[in-house]
Each structure stands twice: as C-alpha cells, then as structure tokens.
Design a protein around this ligand. Structure first.
Ligand code: THU
Length: 133
C-alpha cells in the first residue's frame, strides 16, 4: 500500500508540471485513485479573471467523470513544488465528499520525511454535507 501511495504522489508531482498558474505561481498536481483501480490526474488552471481558476483536485475529479468513471474515490494525492503538505481547499474537500462512499478516503501529501503523510477525509472534513441515499 505504501508503494501505491508513493506512486500516486509521483503522478501528482508529474502532473503539477502541466499546471497553468501564471497569476499565483503556485502549481498543483493531483492524482485520484478510484475503487475501479483506475487513476486520473489534474492540475490547476488559472484565469485572468481569478475566480474562474480551477484547482488540481477538482480538475482530476472532473477528468474522471468525463472519462466515464462510476466508482467511488479511494485516495487522492496532492502535490505542489511550492509547499510541503499541500492541503486541499474547502471546495475540493466538498467535491471529495461528493464522490466518496464515506470519509475513510485517504489524502496523501508530501511531508518533509521520505514517507508520504496519509490523512483521511474524516481528519480534514468531518460531518461533510451529502444527501441521504
Ligand atoms: N490550488 C489547488 O490547485 N488546489 C488546492 O487545494 C489549493 C489551491 C490552486 C488554486 C490556485 O491556482 C493556486 O493553487 C493558488 O491558490
């Protein structure tokens, strides 16, 4: 499992190189793993009208949906060369909640040490809003 998490983080790192972030100069890459075993990546894409920018995580989740992914998220790795432990923003946490079965989803981040830091959605977004099933 540890190797899998490292692999997701490596892919997030690769994806951060594609970021379009001329305004913040803060590139971000994300890699999402689904129950299907498939992974999808995304980077942040900014706009001169700043509020229209989209985060790497939501871009990765949109990528999954647009490719026909129907299963739930198991884990997401997030990386920025500008910041260790680059945490998902509030909007991305709500999106993660939307596409997750429960709050056991793993959030994988780069820490100072060699091993990735692994949190859960429960740690960073408890009592998230969902419609009852
Ligand atoms: N950003 C992300 O891509 N993900 C996050 O969770 C936090 C912020 C992006 C948005 C913007 O392009 C840049 O980082 C600075 O906020």
């Amino acid at each position: 499992m540890d190797n899998l998490y490292k692999d997701l983080l490596t892919k997030a790192k690769e994806m951060s190189k594609n970021a379009y972030s001329p305004y913040s100069n803060f590139p971000v890459g994300a890699c999402v793993l689904y129950e299907s075993g498939k992974i999808y990546t995304g980077c942040n894409v900014e706009n001169a009208s700043y509020g229209l920018s989209i985060c790497a995580e939501r871009n990765a989740m949109s990528n999954a949906i647009s490719k026909g992914e129907k299963t739930k998220i198991k884990a997401i790795a997030i990386y920025s060369p500008k910041q260790k432990m680059c945490m998902p923003c509030g909007a991305c946490r709500q999106w993660l909640c939307e596409f997750s079965k429960d709050d056991s989803v793993k959030i994988i981040l780069e820490e100072k040490k060699e091993e990735p830091k692994v949190l859960t959605l429960k740690d960073i977004f408890p009592f998230g809003f969902r419609f009852d099933e």
